[in-house]
Design a protein around this ligand. Structure first.
Ligand code: BES
Ligand code: MN
Ligand code: ZN
Length: 485
């Protein structure tokens, strides 16, 4: 759940209401953010004892509370002033919000933490993300509390609001990711897509099992053979850019990955509820688009199913025919993500004239070995688009690292019996083999980048803006930056 308090901008602290807590930023050099500096000497001397005692260090996200003149103040650490950046502002803002929730403060005032950087957007993101918690399924906790009003002193309203919209889109994606497999089914994802399309005047089409099978989507149909849970192929079209070429986003919507006949070990198999986090990137971006309304065209494509081992399940050795006609030898039914993405990418290539295609998938365990939970692995076919991705990664702090798709790797997925096989050489460059496989389904002249988010979609180090054990909503901020937001 994310909180949706009323946000207002005020000119200075003297016009502030009698909110429950006033949060002021403090740097390591013990200087305060602008409205803190303007507080009366009486109030500021109230902070001095805490600063002199050494309790107030100004470390990013640190909190110290003071009661002066009958009012509650908190100093929020922002780290060293020369090293301030968007991520530290998110963390500090999140930390303020989190403490307000734990202290049950209904109304709070926050000084703008962004005076040393060029935008207030990160503060809005931190405010939205800091309140995030997934507790929908807890019936024994008191969930009645929420912050009702936040005043921000002297922030840029448009930037702050963009940040809040983006933060809420990330929270929306986290909710989808955190929901268990029996709740977040392909039908649930299709319904979420419908809700977004109605709210934002976005076109939607959903193909069911019979329809996409008939259409020739042999990858998705093959993986879906093993489950009775209805699979879906979901298409969203956001058209607000006239004749501009659409940017296409494809997301893996595998709502539970047991591995299929090539079944996974029991340990941590529960985590495979997160295997639809690629689709959550697409839905999160559309959630934001429906509110930000930029003048562009964007298409979202989500192949969605469970990967189970029912009596009709696809078997190792089976050959499937993807939507672009290529035949695939299934050597491991647990390499299912690439099978459903094959149809998503082929569909995007055939039915649109994209400026570019980006795909998002929790695709390989190997990427967790390579990059841990720190960076998303990226691969692609176009240097210019790759630079754009890296540039947005730097701006948003969502780390990416490129792996090569050299011809030597691409040869490793040639099959003896079909066009290609769904895994490379066992134990070797597994994430690249997956990328090389996907490349076969992207029309050659379309710039494309693949994001392997298996390490970053969950499992990140907990912080004030991302609770322990939660889906992260990774890549949404990066993509929105690429889309000009
Ligand atoms: N969804 C998994 C990838 C995954 C595994 C993500 C562990 C996060 C943690 C994917 O469908 C998968 O099972 N990939 C296989 C591919 C292999 C069989 C070629 C893998 O990585 O083991
Ligand atoms: Mn799998
Ligand atoms: Zn999977």
């Amino acid at each position: 759940m994310s909180h949706h308090p009323k946000i207002s901008i005020i000119k200075n602290l003297t016009t502030s209401s009698s909110s429950d807590i006033v949060f002021i930023g403090i740097y390591k050099d013990k200087t305060l953010t602008p409205s803190g500096k303007n507080l009366s000497t009486d109030i500021r001397s109230g902070f001095d004892s805490g600063i002199k005692s050494g309790d107030v260090k100004g470390k990013t996200g640190e909190l110290n509370f003071f009661y002066v003149d009958g009012r509650k103040y908190a100093l929020v650490g922002l780290g060293s002033k020369s090293k301030i950046n968007a991520e530290k502002i998110r963390i500090a803002s999140g930390s303020a919000i989190r403490s307000a929730i734990s202290k049950k403060a209904k109304t709070i005032t926050l000084d703008c933490f962004c005076s040393e950087i060029d935008s207030c957007q990160p503060m809005g993101e931190g405010i939205a993300l800091g309140g995030y918690e997934y507790n929908d399924l807890k019936t024994m906790d008191d969930k009645s509390f929420s912050i009702s009003e936040i005043e921000v002193v002297n922030a840029n309203e448009d930037q702050l609001n963009d940040g809040i919209v983006i933060g809420q889109a990330v929270c929306f994606a986290r909710d989808l990711g955190n929901r268990p497999g029996n709740v977040a089914t392909p039908t649930h994802l299709a319904n979420a897509a419908k809700d977004i399309s109605e709210a934002g005047n976005i076109d939607i089409k959903v193909f069911d099992r019979d329809e996409f099978t008939e259409m020739g989507m042999g990858g998705l149909a093959g993986v879906a053979q093993g489950t009775d849970e209805p699979p879906k192929f979901i298409i969203l079209e956001y058209n607000n850019g006239g004749e501009k070429k659409p940017k296409v986003l494809v997301g893996k919507g595998l709502t539970f990955d047991s591995g299929g006949i090539s079944i996974k070990p029991a340990a941590k198999m529960d985590q495979m509820k997160y295997d639809m986090c690629g689709s959550a990137v697409v839905l999160g971006v559309f959630h934001a688009l429906s509110k930000l309304k930029p003048e562009i065209n964007v298409v979202g494509i989500i192949p969605s199913t469970e990967n189970l081992s029912g009596s009709r399940a696809v078997k190792p050795g089976d050959v499937l025919t993807a939507y672009n006609g290529k035949t695939i030898e299934v050597l491991n039914t647990d390499a299912e993500g690439r099978l459903i993405l094959a149809d998503g990418l082929s569909y995007a290539s055939k039915h649109y004239d994209p400026e570019y295609i980006l795909d998002f998938a929790t695709l390989t365990g190997a990427i967790v070995v390579t990059l841990g939970h720190i960076a998303t692995g990226i691969m692609g076919n176009d240097d210019k688009l790759m630079e754009e991705v890296k540039n947005s990664s730097k701006k948003t702090g969502e780390k990416v690292w490129e792996l090569p798709l050299w011809p030597e790797y691409c040869k490793q997925i040639k099959s003896d019996v079909a066009d290609i096989k769904n895994m490379g050489s066992a134990g070797q460059a597994g994430s690249i083999a997956a990328g090389a496989f996907l490349k076969e389904f992207v029309e050659k002249n379309i710039p494309w980048v693949h994001f392997d988010i298996a390490g970053t979609a969950w499992g990140a180090k907990p912080s004030s803006i991302n609770p322990k054990g939660s889906a992260t909503g990774v890549a949404i901020r990066l993509v929105l930056d690429m889309l000009g937001k």
